[in-house]
Ligand binder design. Structure first.
Ligand code: SF4
Length: 374
């Protein structure tokens, strides 16, 4: 087990994140596919206008199916799909919302897929086929559909400790909505929708990106919680194509100062070398970023790394050179409630990491309400 080394909890930490806005790297897809059905929707046409305005190469498809994306070389298929954005209509199944414990009462999707290249991407086990990013054009129907779920739910709506959040709707299960916001505008529309929705409801999403500027002046009415997915510095090498950690933390500060409820999604927690100090530094940096924010509403979600046989196979295909630790013999094997297998860290290590992280949050960032550890 990790012991407190020379760089223990009181050791100096890195310099605090820059509070000033910095130009974020914004994704420019190499290929944009537009289905005819997408253009039947005002939001589809608005996205197309954005994409054309950015000078991106747009291909108009003759049918609504995305074909020709497979390639005999899986690495090539992956690379081409990750560079492709498609405007499509969400299938009707997307309008039947699913619960998403422990995060939120319900999940809904503005898009599916993400342009980043995280070697532990949680989408690996859930996306079907090549990982093209699909942005949904029928945004009006997706947002109008949410009202039927207000007041229902078994997570925040049912837990006394979280009831103040209202009925919660999670928008980042299948995408990173901020990472594609400059191309879609969907997230801003959702934030406006919740801001105008006079009911105890909350939009929530998590992101590994930092381009929050278009969101800061929206009439959010504190009904959107922006959580920033962050990790210990040694895990940064697993997060290709995302905004640097320092920029994510600075973006959290800007969002909090714009009145948004914010959150830290510390994930996936890994026993990287020197993990106590590394996670301690992360918490200290977050605390400095948020120092002095008026009416700060801050949560923390603590998610350890896990994998399934299926997600491991997909990730090994996508990132064959990765040194991400995914050896079954170093993990505990668990059955999910659906009967599938997942591999988590052994119980003693889990307990040790949990205590270290929650203690550090309580000490250095007491404003953070820890929602769960998993
Ligand atoms: Fe996957 Fe999130 Fe990384 Fe995108 S940012 S590749 S969704 S883990």
């Amino acid at each position: 087990m990790e012991s407190l080394d020379a760089g223990g909890p009181d050791a100096p930490v890195d310099a605090p994140p820059e509070p000033a806005a910095r130009p974020a790297r914004l994704w420019r897809p190499r290929r944009v596919l537009v289905t005819p059905a997408a253009l039947a929707h005002a939001h589809g046409r608005a996205m197309l206008a954005r994409l054309e305005g950015l000078g991106l190469p747009v291909e108009h498809l003759s049918s609504n199916r995305l074909t020709g994306l497979r390639h005999p070389d899986p690495r090539r298929a992956y690379a081409e799909a990750k560079a492709t954005l498609a405007l499509v209509v969400a299938p009707p199944t997307k309008l039947r919302l699913q619960p998403i414990p422990p995060s939120a009462d319900w999940r809904f999707d503005l898009a599916e897929g993400c342009p980043a290249h995280c070697q532990y991407c949680y989408l690996a086990g859930s996306l079907q086929g090549p990982p093209v990013t699909r942005a949904y054009a029928n945004l009006g129907a997706i947002l109008a559909n949410l009202a039927a779920y207000a007041g229902q739910g078994a997570v925040t709506s049912a837990q006394a400790a979280r009831m103040s959040e209202g009925t919660t709707f999670e928008a980042s299960c299948y995408t990173d909505p901020l990472g594609i916001e400059h191309l879609t505008g969907s997230l801003s529309a959702a934030i406006r929708h919740f801001g105008a929705w006079e009911a105890p409801v909350q939009l929530r999403f998590t992101t590994k990106f930092s381009a929050v500027e278009p969101l800061l002046d929206l009439p959010h009415n504190r009904r959107t919680r922006i959580r920033f997915s962050v990790n210990a510095a040694p895990a940064a090498r697993y997060e290709g194509g995302t905004a640097p950690l320092r920029e994510r933390l600075a973006a959290m500060g800007r969002a909090a100062r714009a009145g948004y409820p914010v959150g830290l999604t510390i994930a996936p927690i890994l026993p990287v070398a020197g993990w106590r100090q590394a996670y301690g530094s992360l918490v200290a940096d977050a605390a400095r970023t948020l120092d002095g924010v008026p009416d700060l509403d801050l949560t923390a979600e603590l998610i350890t790394h896990r994998f399934t046989p299926g997600s491991k196979t997909v990730l090994e295909g996508w990132y064959p050179g990765s040194d991400l630790p995914m050896r079954e013999e170093e993990r505990s094997r668990k059955l999910t409630k659906f009967g599938s297998v997942k591999y988590v860290f052994p119980r003693d290590l889990m307990a040790e990491m949990r205590e270290a992280l929650t203690d550090r949050l309580a000490r250095d960032l007491p404003a953070a309400r820890v929602l769960y550890w998993t």
